[in-house]
Design a protein around this ligand. Structure first.
Ligand SMILES: [Zn+2]
Length: 479
């Protein structure tokens, strides 16, 4: 028996009459879906699942989810039985144990500071021997607990990862110091900054190639490890499929919410994720036709029809944004225009709580064409625009008139323009308390708006951090 997720909207088989009513209520029409399937795809060589069926139209996919990525911090560490021989130890990152007559298969290891507790919960119901430890990818909330399985690995348990795992583990490790000091520490202050990343030191004993699934059997239970071409959380996602039970362990394959717009660009800093690879990887997951997905964050999700539809929506949403970005680029529109204007059509709208459409537009642009926009040639050289901000303040006759103009922008609803002007003053070293107070008002408004709309984890996180820093700066200046 698979537990249903706590989120309110889940898989439902909807009878015909109810389906028609629902289609009316949510504004999903057969013609709308047909239009979608008729869109020429910029990604070639991929078979589209038929989205014109009544079944596709009838299944409701929520536009948002009623939980947030930051809720992971409060996830209790507890044992959750999934079926009679599959168990989950919940935490920031879930850890799974599949108990067979010959030993345990472990999928993912959680974060370093919870891993031993999770391991003990699982081993209390598991076999005394562990034969396999599988890591879904090289993010610290998934491989961070490898130390907890050191004894099992020392006794010969296989450590299985994606063929790109060692590469991604290396580049994450190379930038750990920068990311923690500048970015991760800002976005996720509750994580234990400065942790010693000993988990990066484990070498897989077996890696799985992208187009060669690894089939194995333990105690009569059949497994298939599938290395994705790409995923929403990096290029080294390793899925674990149990074909006889139609269960797939996904790690962070699509991201931490379900369903969600993928996080092609991480504000915390990482390689841009390949949108085409993501679309193909989603196809692979759809082709499995899983009855249940066991993700490494939050709750299991079940229901074949619901999973099929929601995975299609995730895939088609990325495809749509990709296609629109290409169209815009080729039509000579600027990246900023496209960030402003590309929106998901109603039938593809899902949570932007982790990934964000406008940032994905820019990520796709830069993934394809790089960071130089052919607008300001000085951008090719190490003299940033802000190097002349002091000159601008001098020319304006001091910071006063600039802050006044910023206030006018703010009063007329142009908060971001106001913020740009305040950045000029700040860079010139002339940020007064009144400028700081205006900055605080702008940032607080942005944070409120962010929370009231998608409550995107990265956007809200960085705004929350900047509100705090601005308040601190005001306190220092007024004492
Ligand atoms: Zn994760």
């Amino acid at each position: 028996m698979i537990r249903r997720p706590t989120a309110s909207i889940r898989a439902r088989e909807i009878p015909c009459a109810e389906a028609l009513l629902l289609m009316t209520l949510v504004g999903v029409t057969l013609s709308g879906c047909a239009a979608l399937s008729g869109t020429d795809s910029a990604v070639e060589g991929r078979e589209r699942v038929d989205t014109t069926t009544a079944e596709y139209a009838a299944i409701e996919v929520p536009k948002d989810v009623d939980y947030r990525a930051r809720d992971l911090q409060d996830a209790p560490i507890e044992l959750v039985p999934i079926i009679d021989f599959v168990f989950m130890a919940r935490g920031v990152g879930n850890v799974f144990l599949i108990k067979t007559d010959e030993g345990n298969v472990i999928y993912d290891t959680g974060v370093s500071w919870q891993a031993e507790q999770q391991r003990d919960l699982l081993l209390a119901v598991g076999h005394e021997k562990t034969t396999h430890v599988i890591v879904s990818h090289a993010h610290g909330d998934h491989n961070g607990g490898l130390d907890a399985w050191k004894a099992a690995l020392g006794e010969g348990a296989e450590l299985i990862a994606h063929e790109r795992y060692e590469y991604t583990n290396k580049i994450y490790g190379d930038t750990d110091e920068y990311l923690w000091r500048v970015r991760t520490g800002t976005l996720y202050p509750s994580h234990s900054a400065g942790q010693v990343a000993t988990f990066r030191g484990y070498e897989p004993s077996l890696t799985v190639d992208v187009h060669e699934d690894y089939f194995f059997e333990v105690g009569g239970v059949r497994f298939q490890a599938i290395a994705a071409e790409n995923s929403a959380e990096g290029e080294d996602a390793l899925l674990l499929w149990m074909p006889d039970h139609e269960i797939v362990f996904t790690g962070d394959f699509y991201g931490c919410l379900y369903p969600m717009v993928p996080n092609l660009y991480t504000v915390r800093g990482e390689k841009t994720r390949d949108p085409i690879g993501y679309v193909r990887a989603l196809d692979r997951l759809i082709d499995l036709e899983p009855e249940a997905i066991l993700p490494a964050h939050f709750d299991p999700i079940e229901g074949k029809s619901y999973l099929r539809k929601s995975l299609q929506v995730m895939r088609d949403g990325v495809q749509y944004v990709y296609d629109e970005t290409i169209l815009g680029m080729n039509a000579g529109r600027s990246v900023y225009e496209l960030m402003e204007t590309i929106r998901l059509p109603a039938e593809l709208e899902i949570s932007q709580g982790h990934g964000k459409v406008s940032w994905n537009v820019r990520a796709i642009w830069e993934f394809l064409a790089g960071w130089f926009y052919y607008e300001d040639v000085a951008d090719l050289y190490a003299v940033p625009a802000k190097s002349i901000y002091t000159d601008l303040v001098d020319l304006a006759g001091g910071a006063g008139p600039v802050v006044e103009r910023a206030q006018e922008h703010f009063d007329s609803g142009e908060g971001l323009k106001a913020l740009r002007l305040l950045d000029v003053v700040k860079e010139a070293g002339k940020e007064s308390v009144s400028a700081l107070r205006l900055r605080l008002a702008i940032l607080e408004g942005m944070l409120d708006r962010s929370i009231a709309t998608h409550d995107n984890m990265s956007e809200s996180g960085i705004l929350r951090a900047l509100v705090g820093r601005t308040r601190d700066a005001i306190a220092v200046s007024t004492h």
